[in-house]
Write a protein that binds this ligand. Sequence first.
Ligand SMILES: NC(=O)c1ccc[n+]([C@@H]2O[C@H](COP(=O)([O-])OP(=O)(O)OC[C@H]3O[C@@H](n4cnc5c(N)ncnc54)[C@H](O)[C@@H]3O)[C@@H](O)[C@H]2O)c1
Length: 451
Amino acid sequence: MAARLSVLARGLMWKVAVVGSGFIGSTIASVLASKGCDVDAIDVNERLISAFRHGERPIKEPGLGELSEQQMASGRLRFSCDFSRVAEASVVLITVGTPLAEDFTPDVSHIRAATESVAPYLHDGQLVMVKSTVPPGVTRSLVADRLRQSADVLVAFSPERLAEGNALRELQSLPIVVGGIDAASNAAAESFWRQTLGVDVIVVSSPEAAEMVKLANNLWIDLNIALAHELAKLCDALPHDLDVLEVIAGANSLKKGQHYVNILTPSNGVGGYCLTKDPWFVHALGARHGADLLTPQTSRAVNAGMPAYCASQIAQWARRQDRVLSDLRLAVLGLAFKTNSGDVRLTPVMPLLDALHSEGFRTVEIHDPMVRKEDADGWGVALNPSMDDTLRDADGVIFLVGHDDFKTLSPQRIASLAAPGALVYDGRRYFNRDEIGELQTLGLAYKGVGR
Ligand SMILES: NC(=O)c1ccc[n+]([C@@H]2O[C@H](COP(=O)([O-])OP(=O)(O)OC[C@H]3O[C@@H](n4cnc5c(N)ncnc54)[C@H](O)[C@@H]3O)[C@@H](O)[C@H]2O)c1
């Protein structure tokens, strides 16, 4: 065991294979290469690999396209579909997808397939680390038990906790949790992250504990946002002039135990690949083991209801003006599921557009400079490439993400483009009180989520 560890720890240049080169895999591969590692990023998706190789920047994340191109040019990063590259690596990271199956249980078939694909190329002493989000037990039963039939490998789980839109910075600053199947796996995993990323590493007692950490994090986030959403709905419903952001800021000044209350921010909904599925992973896990968990279903129900709630608020405003909804023109700013990201996976904007249609709106122009045309096409959405044209003569300007580009839209510019008296609906732009005052002085109406 000691000999295996010394092989790993002495490596001045780590050779890494990243299996699964989607959002997480390509981000980790590019950052590790930038830290001096020699990295093979491998995927079964030939189109994706070809897009990386041809500089098409298939993953829209700030800074990622530039970084991966620099690292490919330096020779430290290669994209391929060639699993035999795993044989050269001292560390193999598994970053394939773990989608939700139709019955709302985790689909770990990609993990199983990736494990089978790497098994023939492994040799004793390599470290295999799972980064995909999985239910507790998968790293041990599906990955370690299988791979150790092929070679005497070290195996660990290390949850990936970075958030899209800020991925490069978060990967290099967030503490990393690892849980190995034995002490040698723990030591190898810890020294790998410390030496490559230089971040704090928290070693937990087992892969199962590390797997639970990720689920606990995402359950907390989804539930916390649901709380913010319900507070926002209450602020909307009460007959007082309440701003939920002011309420939350006040509430967050309370220290409880070691930490301050930290209620997150409400918006037009929660989307993306993690928060929409991981609470269901937790729910399925409880159900399978006889624990009837109520919070995952609750947070999912509250957050999934926000797009329809926001559409109804917009429709209410129009009806109060005695406007015929089908005559109105709406400008929607944002298709991505979150601010400063181009990712449209499970974006809450799609159900919101459907809900606007159900309410009776018929003319909706959509602009999102972060989203690739082909990704929007995948949703059947034709993006308007011009922000000004999108806003021109709009009766409602609907902010559904807070991209930096949209922050440059001043109240004056909105007023100069939109129709007189238009509604500015603030799903996520978070206009401050002065800006809201300016919008109103310029003759526009303002409505936010809980504001
Ligand atoms: N996206 C996020 O913000 C985020 C954050 C934290 C954790 N995660 C977790 O990380 C994992 C990956 O997420 P993602 O957003 O990168 O997903 P993704 O869909 O962007 O990427 C997954 C990649 O794996 C590839 N793949 C599938 N089967 C494969 C196989 N057998 N061999 C090799 N490659 C294979 C797919 O082609 C795809 O490119 C998931 O478990 C997710 O829950 C994601």
